[in-house]
Design a protein around this ligand. Structure first.
Ligand code: PMT
Length: 327
């Protein structure tokens, strides 16, 4: 079962009480202090730059546990490719990136590796030394050095999540810590976030037993945090949300509604089956279709997409403070 939005959930009005109750009842993050420490160091390091540009890229799907000691869960579809590829292009464009990703989903710099890199990339020689297989040597060397440069240089901070509780709590920590960067901070919300969930306090502790017959379960609506992000957590940051649909006829209309309702700077609309070829950028200034260049099969649609996003963000930063509408 997929907990991705279906109509009623996606343009909901969320009350302050609902948000408060979501966070108060969520199981506390196990490593909240550690995450805060990493964020503080990351923001300090990056805000000392002359023109700091920091983007939080969210990636992969959130899970909804059905039991507190979780055996079963509902998942949201997302491989994490969009977020991982976008992260690489943001880093290339000079941004520092907080990559908030679903554990086990696609990682930046790994798309050119085989699916099972450890087993397929390395050989053990007679003297038990591990060597990169000649056929993969060039790509492995490149991705290791690019990844290492980004992490050790302090430009890439990776924060994993699994459940919707973890995702929303970490997103809030990130947003509050980036608020000091004003318009130079950006949110690029590519994660597929559950629209329905089981509130922690109503969730059974132990594994649900099958002997009681068919499962009858009521899911609560997960509060959309987009308005809170815009209004309270990071009111000056540049915010981009996504709209995913399987029916192309309603895609742009839904993206338009989300743009207005959540006061986003841009909504990136994509259809499930063509998401790797085409993204429609919806903003106050109109709609632009960004397509993958078929003549260059190795270049992802994220390449022209991030170019456009960076360009719009630059304009936003330039005009911020003078009250000009730019997006
Ligand atoms: O990972 P890939 O396989 O490469 O696929 C990429 C993608 C299709 C997952 C990605 O491009 C995409 O569209 N991500 C958003 C999917 C989604 O959840 O869409 P939505 O229409 O349900 O939500 C719209 C926005 O609201 C999203 O930016 C989401 O972060 C946000 N949201 C959703 C639910 C919720 N409870 N709170 C939210 O803030």
């Amino acid at each position: 079962m997929d907990a991705m939005d279906h109509d009623s959930g996606e343009l909901q009005e969320v009350s302050a009480a609902e948000i408060k109750s979501f966070f108060e009842s969520a199981p506390p993050l196990k490593d909240g202090d550690e995450i805060n420490k990493k964020l503080k160091e990351f923001v300090e390091r990056n805000s000392s730059a002359t023109a700091p540009r920091v983007v939080c890229v969210t990636s992969g799907g959130t899970t909804v546990p059905l039991e507190q000691q979780c055996v079963r869960f509902i998942d949201n579809f997302s491989s994490g490719h969009r977020g991982a590829a976008s992260t690489e292009y943001f880093l290339k464009a000079g941004y520092s990136v907080i990559f908030l990703y679903r554990s086990g989903s696609c990682q930046p710099y790994c798309s050119s590796l085989p699916d099972d890199p450890l087993l397929e990339c390395f050989d053990i020689s007679d003297d038990s030394n591990i060597q990169v297989r000649q056929s993969h040597a060039e790509v492995v060397k490149r991705v290791i050095s690019e990844h290492h440069a980004a992490v050790s240089g302090g430009y890439l901070l990776k924060l994993p999540f699994t459940t919707i509780f973890e995702y929303l709590q970490i997103l809030r920590l990130v947003a509050l810590s980036l608020s000091c960067l004003g318009p130079c901070a950006m949110f690029y919300l590519a994660a597929a976030v559950s629209d329905f969930y089981v509130p922690w306090e109503t969730m059974t502790v132990h594994k649900i037993q099958s002997r009681s017959g068919p499962l009858d379960m009521r899911l609560a609506q997960a509060p959309k945090m987009l308005s809170v992000l815009r209004k309270e957590w990071a009111p000056v940051a540049f915010c981009i949300s996504f709209k995913l649909e399987t029916d192309s006829k309603i895609l742009v209309e839904k993206a338009d509604m989300a743009l207005k309702k959540y006061d986003m700077h841009m909504v990136l609309a994509n259809e499930l089956s063509t998401r790797k070829e085409e993204v429609i950028v919806v903003s106050k200034s109109g709609k632009t279709v960004v397509r993958k260049d078929k003549a260059q099969p190795c270049v992802d649609v994220e390449s022209p997409l991030i170019e456009l996003v960076v360009d719009r963000h630059s304009t936003y930063i330039k005009h911020s403070g003078d009250g000009t509408e730019t997006t």
